[in-house]
Design a protein around this ligand. Sequence first.
Ligand SMILES: Cc1ncc(COP(=O)(O)O)c(C=O)c1O
Length: 477
Amino acid sequence: MTEQFINFVSIQLYKDKQEALYVQLYDQMRELIVTGKLSHGYLLPPVRKFAKFLQINAGTVMSAYKQLEKNGYIFSRAGSGSYVAELSSVVDNEDHDDKEEEIDAIEILSPKFDDKYINLASIALNPDLISVEAFKKVLIEVLDRDQGYAFGYQESQGFYPLRESIAEDLKRYGVKAEASNMQIISGAQQGIDIVAKALLNYGDYVFTENPTYPGAIAAFRSRGAKIVEISMEEDGIHIEELEEKLRKFRPKLIYVMPNIQNPTGSSYSITKRNRLMGLARYYNAIILEDDYISELNYGKEPMAPLKAIDRDDRVIYLKSFSKIFMPGLRLAFLTMPQRLIGKLLAIKHNSDISTSGLTQRAFDLYLRKGIWHEHITAIRKMYLERFKLTLAAIEEFLPKTVQCVKPQGGLSIWLTMPAGLSAKVIVEEARKRQVLITEGTPFFPRQAVDRHIRISFATATPVEIHNGVHIIGSILK
Ligand SMILES: Cc1ncc(COP(=O)(O)O)c(C=O)c1O
């Protein structure tokens, strides 16, 4: 026996056992890896030689390797073989109790608020600021115009004129979209879900920023996919870490928010946008760009989507109208890379047949009449004031040891507590004093970091923001 097989002498395979040979081999190799007998970076024997040593078919070894790779225990490099992966990066779905995390995510997605609280948690537009009258007018116009057709089954891909008006609107951001590669969806959450269904199978890798949006974590987990998280920096994703992990895991999908990331508020620098695109191209990954709020950009620099620099059609651009308009309308869209159109259309159709036709028709008129842009201009102006007020209150009331990175826009501020302070405790204490803030832990896909809170100014009035931050300051002090 050669040196090469010394680590595998313990492997015993029985043809008469109930389990298939490749499953037996998988289990025993997995055991060698988790017990550290084969460590990170160990080069596994080539399939044919190993099969000869074990006196089984090469196909059996191949199947075991494939399963190990799928579950993150090994990774392969083209032309050089299969290696043992870093165990800390393995999320073994069998051992993972997701139930509690799923409940956390649902709480974050649809929290219940009570009037007696100062609400610094929700990032949805204050219902009092929604221009109901303007929407009522377009609704009546649609009903007069389309009569019963407004209530018929809608084309699953979406109301064609709406897709056209959105495509037209996207031109101003440098995005070349067409009605034919656009899918109207019932909220961005559905978009994430259908992309996950189209691209991710059990055991596949998906990359996310760390921290990231909990609804995406839940959607990827529901596919049995393994989340590999990449740290966030002030100017976007950590590129070196991304590159290193791309080399190792070869994900099918990278989920990012290059503009005003949720929850950190960071926006990617131009350099990072270009590097991300280059790496995705090299490692052949699809990017899901979630743009949930870039209209609320308070900086001087315009915020073009990543999609605007997508030369080889690998970015799925996902845009929600919830945060800046009416979350209850359940309206969003995604642009589809040519090669994914068929798949995404089918999954959307199987999911809910179509997004409400009445809503789409009304929103189309809203866009065509220019009311949408008037609305955006008005709320941007108002939120800029609240943004400044929130920053001023943070400066005035919170200890200097609390880190606050000023975002370029959005509806919330992400704060980092000094070491030793539990964000969970602060959130709980604030609740007791009738201030609601969002705890940071559910935004971390794997290892929750209990040092962050997110303060939002979407719903609270200026006086409430001032008083709420004051109360948080007194808790911290
Ligand atoms: C980053 C991000 N993406 C998607 C969504 C879901 O949005 P929608 O209401 O359009 O489903 C949210 C909601 O909070 C979000 O924060």
